[in-house]
Design a binder for this molecule. Structure first.
Ligand code: AMP
Ligand code: MN
Ligand code: MN
Ligand code: MN
Length: 276
């Protein structure tokens, strides 16, 4: 079975509309699919409608921005009730901070010799509430300041980079609480992307379990094959269920297209085991 439980649409920092992402997933052979826009549920109705019309199983999803020990961690929520009040209110609170931060990023870029980046990034954000670093990165590439998206992050936008503006997103407790309160399962997204020490990782996993988290992404477009093995080991050690997702944003960006995620190691318990 082909499972892809992590990807983005124009409702956050993807370039395809929810219905187009659904159709692409189905065309690529996905059987069980979730849309997981950043901090936003508004694409789910369209995504579900298209998925079901194409005969593809659909799971509601969201990727929540969290600040933990001074760094950003992404928590994917799967199978949530998208009408849950606390979840919707919590996500609205996260979205509120993005416009102010975007202006601060533009100020930093201006001092680095790149004027008007807020105005430049905004047209890339189909949902302006969700203006993100990815939209700035696309502007920097389009204007020739960088040759590709990864370079825009490496040179300017990455955590601690010269145009980075630290954010206080939600807390881990709140994000996991909103997900589980909405009937969903909380998943640590792409653990291989975080710059924590081994001790901090252990503390993160313990904290996540203590507040009700149940799974980690093992197979993701953000991991190398070595990291597939590394986080499979973490899942076994901590008793996490395992998740899989391409983290697809655009046909021209990222490592994996929809449906291209390799299968999970057979001994791991899939986070979707009782949804099929
Ligand atoms: P934001 O939520 O505005 O902080 O933007 C985060 C998004 O930027 C992530 O969801 C990724 O799509 C992208 N991103 C973050 N860090 C990197 C990186 N180092 N390289 C490439 N893309 C990144
Ligand atoms: Mn993204
Ligand atoms: Mn992420
Ligand atoms: Mn993502």
């Amino acid at each position: 079975m082909n499972v892809d439980l992590h990807c983005h649409s124009t409702m956050s920092d993807g370039v395809l509309e929810p219905a187009v992402v659904a159709a692409r997933a189905q065309a690529n052979g996905v059987d069980l699919w979730a849309l997981t826009d950043h901090d936003e549920l508004a694409g789910l109705a369209e995504a579900r409608q298209t998925a079901e019309s194409l005969g593809m199983r659909f799971v509601t999803g969201v990727e929540i921005s969290v600040t933990w020990a001074g760094h950003t961690v992404h928590i994917v929520g799967l199978n949530v009730d998208e009408h849950n009040k606390a979840l919707n209110e919590g996500l609205a609170g996260i979205r509120n901070g993005r416009a102010i931060r975007a202006h601060e990023m533009a100020d930093k870029l201006e001092s680095l010799g790149i004027p008007n980046s807020y105005e430049g990034a905004l047209p890339y954000a189909a949902n302006p509430d969700l203006i993100s670093r990815t939209h700035f990165a696309r502007f920097l590439v389009q204007e020739g300041y960088c040759s590709k998206l990864q370079e825009a992050f490496d040179k300017y936008l990455k955590d601690g980079g010269p145009a980075y503006v630290p954010m206080h997103w939600s807390t881990l407790d709140d994000a996991v609480g909103w997900i589980t309160g909405a009937g969903g399962r909380a998943v640590i997204a792409h653990p291989g992307r975080y710059n924590y020490t081994p001790m901090q990782f252990d503390a993160l996993y313990d904290h996540f379990l203590n507040v009700g988290g149940v799974a980690i992404e093992v197979m993701t477009g953000s991991h190398t094959p070595d990291q597939y093995a590394q986080y499979a080991t973490v899942a076994r050690q901590y008793g996490f269920m395992a998740s899989s997702g391409s983290d697809f944003h655009s046909p021209r960006e990222g490592k994996l297209d929809l449906g291209e995620v390799p299968p999970l190691p057979a001994d791991l318990k899939p986070v979707w085991h009782d949804w099929i």
